[in-house]
Design a protein around this ligand. Structure first.
Ligand SMILES: [Ca+2]
Ligand SMILES: [Ca+2]
Length: 144
């Protein structure tokens, strides 16, 4: 008797797991790993007096879970001198979003200088994958 009750419990638990997996799918069968993160554009430019800019990262589907994104930066503009990250790496993106704005404050100065670049590169993502548009280059145009 005890054995059959335990067996029934295991069976019910199994059905619950199957049922909750089905309801999480929301009708689709896409696994999170097939969702890709890409920059929305490869490049953009603007005056150094622009203020805050956004490098938009788009997801091919709405995120089913919280996701962490890692990015690196390079370029001729200097972090903390010519610009600063309002959204530093790593970025935590909550579930339910289909895009995320990585915000950068462009710092205005009075020096005459050449146009400078900020090069961002997506380096990794938890839960989801990276797409082919992993880099974004922003050109800061001098206004002095
Ligand atoms: Ca200036
Ligand atoms: Ca300047």
């Amino acid at each position: 008797m005890l054995r059959s009750i335990t067996g029934l419990g295991v069976l019910l638990l199994g059905l619950l797991v199957i049922f909750s997996c089905d309801s999480d799918d929301g009708g689709g069968s896409t696994s999170p790993a097939s969702i890709e993160a890409n920059f929305s554009v490869a490049s953009a430019r603007g005056s150094e007096s622009v203020g805050t800019i956004a490098a938009t990262i788009e997801f091919t589907e709405t995120l089913p879970a919280e996701t962490t994104l890692l990015f690196s930066y390079a370029g001729s503009a200097l972090n903390t001198q010519d610009y600063r990250f309002l959204t530093p790496s790593p970025i935590t993106v909550v579930s339910g979003l289909s895009s995320f704005d990585l915000q950068i404050e462009i710092l205005e100065d009075t020096e005459q200088e050449a146009d400078e670049t900020i090069e961002l590169m997506l380096e990794g993502a938890s839960v989801i994958s990276l797409g082919s548009q992993r880099t974004f280059t922003y050109t800061i145009e001098d206004n002095d």
